[in-house]
Write a new protein. Sequence first.
Length: 144
Amino acid sequence: MGERRQSRELALKVLYQMEHTKGDADSALQIFEDNFEAPARQRGYAERLVRGIAQHRAEIDQAIETASRRWKLSRMPQVDRNILRVAAYEMIFSQGQVPPKVAINEAVELAKRYGSEESPGFINGVLDSLYASRQADGPAPGQD
């Protein structure tokens, strides 16, 4: 398994923890670091994801809700919601470092491992919709 995928898994675990404890990114990352070992490179990208998602959460959540059409974020399973946040962050804010199709594929793989039986299809559908809407709007700043 690649380092980025392992980083995404670490970020998913921290985001999940944040929802349960209602904690902020800094305290959640500290708790995780105090209790689990992870190589510095994996930890570094996971921290960037967690901090970026925390910083842009309202925009990310709005993009997910718009793309999911009939599903409110609050009704989605926590695992699915946080997998979507990781992928949406990479799609919207990676400035071209993570191609959208890679973000989608990685999210589907996380869903296969951590979600329900329906999660991979649901996540793929939401992220495909997000990707299509962003294509229709044109590239984000810095992604020309």
